[in-house]
Design a protein around this ligand. Structure first.
Ligand SMILES: Cc1cc2nc3c(=O)[nH]c(=O)nc-3n(C[C@H](O)[C@H](O)[C@H](O)COP(=O)(O)OP(=O)(O)OC[C@H]3O[C@@H](n4cnc5c(N)ncnc54)[C@H](O)[C@@H]3O)c2cc1C
Length: 445
């Protein structure tokens, strides 16, 4: 078949590679000057940075992880890193997840956290149901102490809203429940590990996270056209037309609000749903420092408090690969989320750097480079209307003959490994279509 894939992020390029291997004629149309989307990296002198905050290779899905590692040259092309993540809790470094680090808090905070945790545990045992909003969910799952000392301030900082306006459904599976024995042990100062699926991760030795996408494109067997912002997509009998060219099948991976205007035939109420799915955006501040001692052996840290500046997470990026920074230097990525509009100026950058200095992460005079990158589509706004809205949008697309997937192409809160796993599912689905030869197509879900 002749297939058009809209968007050249990891979702689009991974699928293109899989389909090309089956002998299909595949064209990927990407608006930016090079592929990669949220997985892109960039260079400043000898510094390499990821554009959309710290990215790591890890997965619960071995097939997807192996596929990604292969694209990076396997073990030889990647660094294998032991995760070491902490929360900067006032003047303390608390191991992450927070429940497993509770013994590192002040005595008053430990008592508040443990009392709340036990109260919540008992209430759940007595049958108090899972609340529909995220703020109440935090109290229900973790109790008042953990809510006050980390979960609420951190989540308000990243999501930029009253947590009562967010749904709780999306958290299931993303925030694993720590066994109460572990939390009690942690409170007594014993080391407990918390969830282990990220305890080891991988990172490309050279070129940042984008190397994984480059390895997908290289010898991928498909036609990649960059600098092409798709303007018109429509059905043409049993075929499709994209910017006037005819295709047997169209697969979208572009964020839906960025492509909806180009696709003919979407009903007005579905368009309204798509337009209402406004993303949470991210300014990623890329920082190079001159080192007078080695970087602390950290992977990333969380900054829950306002006096630490607007940053919610800092990646110790030069620890991922020594090639990310020149000799004698280190690098950080500081992530700042926003809703609506944020245009960083010199004063704002200074505010970020001073916050990091106050949090004890760097000294202002070490900084030799500070740049920023804006990512409009970073996080999905999990508000109370989202599930119904996205349900309607997906069901329209699934019966339309178009296939849509990807982090914002289907609004699934996926990391890149899950995008690859979904590409494998779409690939299997298209194999069925190709094998049947029938113009009537089963729906992709
Ligand atoms: C802060 C942050 C941290 C993350 N950390 C990790 C991590 O540690 N590990 C991990 O695996 N994943 C991580 N992720 C998730 C990962 O970045 C995404 O899941 C993945 O990159 C999404 O790929 P995609 O192809 O679905 O979408 P995108 O990367 O958004 O690709 C969509 C593409 O469509 C293009 N486009 C837009 N409009 C048009 C148009 N009109 N015509 C043609 N093309 C168009 C865009 O330029 C873009 O290239 C993180 C994400 C964020 C925001």
């Amino acid at each position: 078949m002749k297939i058009a894939i809209l968007g050249g992020g990891i979702s689009g390029t991974a699928l293109a590679r899989m389909l090309a291997a089956d002998g299909h004629r595949v064209t990927v149309l990407e608006a930016a000057a090079r592929p990669g989307g949220l997985c892109r990296s960039r260079k400043y002198g000898e510094f390499t940075f990821d554009e959309a905050g710290g990215h790591i290779l890890f997965s619960k899905d071995k097939k997807a992880l192996d596929w990604q590692l292969d694209r990076c040259g396997g073990e030889a092309g990647t660094m294998r890193v032991e995760r070491n993540t902490k929360i900067r809790w006032h003047d303390r470094w608390v191991p992450y997840p927070f429940e497993n680090g509770v013994g590192h808090l002040t005595q008053d905070a430990i008592v508040a956290c443990m009392k709340g945790y036990i109260d919540a545990h008992v209430e759940r045992r007595l049958g108090v149901p899972c609340p529909p909003n995220f703020r109440d969910w935090i109290h229900w799952r973790m109790g008042a102490g953990f809510a006050e000392h980390f979960m609420v301030p951190y989540n308000e900082k990243i999501w930029k809203c009253d947590l009562a306006t967010m749904a709780s459904g999306w958290v299931a599976g993303r925030v694993p429940e720590a066994p109460i024995d572990d939390v009690l042990r942690s409170a007594l100062g014993q080391a407990t590990q918390g969830y282990t699926h990220q305890s080891i991760f991988w990172f490309p030795k050279h070129g940042g996270f984008e190397s994984m996408v480059r390895g997908t494109v290289e010898q991928g067997g498909f036609d990649l056209q960059c600098g092409v912002r798709v303007k018109s997509v429509r059905k043409d009998g049993a075929k499709f037309s994209v910017d006037g060219e005819s295709f047997d099948l169209v697969v979208n991976t572009v964020p839906l609000p960025q492509i909806e205007g180009a696709i003919e035939g979407i009903p007005a109420e579905i368009r309204a749903d798509i337009r209402a799915m406004v993303p949470i955006s991210l300014i990623n501040v890329m920082i190079g420092v001159k080192l007078d001692e080695p970087m602390p052996p950290l992977s990333w840290i969380y900054l829950p408090f306002a006096d630490q500046g607007p940053t919610n997470r800092v990646t110790y990026y030069s620890n991922y690969s020594p090639n990310n920074a020149p000799a004698g230097h280190g690098s950080f990525l500081a992530e700042v989320t926003y809703r609506g509009k944020l245009v960083p100026d010199a004063a704002w950058m200074e505010h970020v750097l001073k916050g990091l200095a106050r949090a004890g992460i760097l000294r202002r005079e070490q900084v030799v480079l500070a740049e920023w990158c804006d990512n409009t589509f970073a996080y999905i706004d999990q508000n109370l209307e989202f599930a119904a809205r996205v349900g309607r949008v997906r069901s329209w697309f699934d019966q339309s003959g178009y296939i849509t997937f990807g982090r914002f192409g289907r609004y699934e809160y996926h990391n890149s490994d899950q995008c690859v796993a979904r590409a494998m599912e779409v690939h299997a689905h298209i194999r069925e279509i190709a094998a049947s030869g029938a113009p009537a197509r089963p729906a992709f879900r």
